[in-house]
Design a protein around this ligand. Structure first.
Ligand SMILES: *Cc1c(COP(=O)(O)O)cnc(C)c1O
Length: 376
């Protein structure tokens, strides 16, 4: 029985669990796998996905903001450690302590703020220090000497992890990843010589895991996209892909109407599609407000009655028109698949992204809050 929603996603808990297990088996028992559940677990539902991961033994989850971390705690995720990768702003420090979140500190200024916070709360707050190793986004650019001095001065914060983030892990035509690792390892080595050993070192997300950049795995990795079934395609001469993960999400919408139109009929806003022959069309109850990219107008595909078929005309806020000329099996109330599989016909976020001129992450994160989530 189809759920009573015009537009919904079905998330397979089992597939999320299988993907998590696959990441664990690839990196081996000595490497902790932090499950990245930021952005509502890439549209899959952060609390539900976190429950699955914790059930599989995950000790660490990672989110972007204090707000997201607090949401997990309120949702009942109590045991796991939660790493806040985007750091914190001064007004968020109380919530950080209250919800036992572990911030990524990405500047020495932020370290001083955390120190004040630890002083006020009476116990040192653990944090992971992010090194900017060449991506020039978040992370401290300070050298080892400066970092050591800051650690000395800020004793109410406790260094628990050292991390960095790769800019180009899928790109085998550049030395950027190797350069970033060399920089990161040099800082870690200087700190170690000075007697500073962080319990965790972590630099790798999905792509550095999938393409086997083992020297970047250390004792923790941060896996997001892989949990949801994806690894990005590589550039250049990449090694064999190690991960065997599959999409966990299916996105469906109901047909609100099916009709036959004559040759020459103009379809949708602006009349951007003209029927070249008599056609059967279907009007789906999903549009750009649900996350169907407007860029897919007259370009994208969906699966209807087991076959890939075209999106016709301009995608509207709440409606998308599709070609149903290949079938008489579908009527109003039946469904089409926006992302997922019917039989052997598949349409995943990478295929959609290619047509929409974006990346698979963007497709998944754009499935809007209006779309109901169903868990199986
Ligand atoms: C989002 C993010 C990750 C996870 O990346 P995936 O490619 O989805 O595995 C890891 N680390 C940081 C800092 C991130 O922002």
């Amino acid at each position: 029985m189809s759920p009573p929603y015009r537009c919904y996603v079905v998330v397979s808990r089992e597939q999320i669990a299988l993907n998590y297990r696959n990441v664990r088996s690839v990196v081996g028992p000595d490497v902790e796998v932090a499950g990245v559940v930021k952005a509502d677990a890439y549209g899959h539902g952060a609390v539900e996905v976190s429950r699955v991961l914790v059930g599989e033994g995950a000790k660490w989850l990672a989110v972007s903001s204090v707000e997201e971390g607090a949401g997990l705690r309120r949702g009942g995720i109590q045991q796991a450690r939660i790493l806040v990768m985007g750091g914190f702003l001064p007004y968020e420090s109380d919530a950080l302590v209250e919800h036992h979140l572990t911030p990524v500190v990405h500047s020495l200024h932020q370290l001083r703020l955390l120190d004040q916070c630890g002083r006020a709360s009476g116990k040192p707050i653990p944090y992971h220090l992010k090194i900017d190793s060449g991506m020039n986004r978040l992370g401290t650019c300070a050298g080892a000497v400066e970092i050591l001095a800051a650690l000395e001065e800020n004793r109410h914060a406790r260094l628990e992890g050292l991390m960095t983030h790769f800019a180009s892990a899928t790109d085998y035509t550049t030395s950027q990843t190797g350069d970033q690792l060399r920089y990161f390892h040099a800082i870690c080595a200087r700190l170690r010589e000075a007697g500073v050993n962080a319990a965790y070192r972590h630099t790798s997300s999905t792509n550095a895991i999938g393409y086997g950049r083992v020297e970047g795995w250390h004792n923790m990795v941060r896996a997001g996209h892989a949990l949801y079934g994806y690894v990005s395609p590589a550039r250049g001469d990449a090694p064999r892909q190690l991960l065997e993960v599959k999409p966990a999400l299916t996105w469906k919408a109901k047909l609100l109407a099916v009709k036959d139109v004559p040759e020459g009929a103009l379809i949708g806003y602006g009349g951007t599609f003209r029927a070249p022959r008599p056609m059967r069309i279907g009007i789906l109850g999903a549009g750009y407000a649900d996350g169907v990219f407007h860029r897919l107008s007259n370009r994208g595909k969906v699966i209807a009655d087991g076959k890939l078929t075209s999106i016709l005309g301009t995608i509207s806020m709440d409606l998308t028109t599709i070609d149903l000329s290949h079938t008489t099996a579908l009527a109003a109330g039946d469904e089409a698949t926006l992302l997922g599989a019917e039989g052997d016909t598949r349409l995943d976020a990478q295929q959609i992204a290619k047509v929409a001129g974006t990346i698979s992450y963007n497709i998944l994160c754009s499935i809007s809050a209006r779309v109901r989530r169903v868990y199986v």
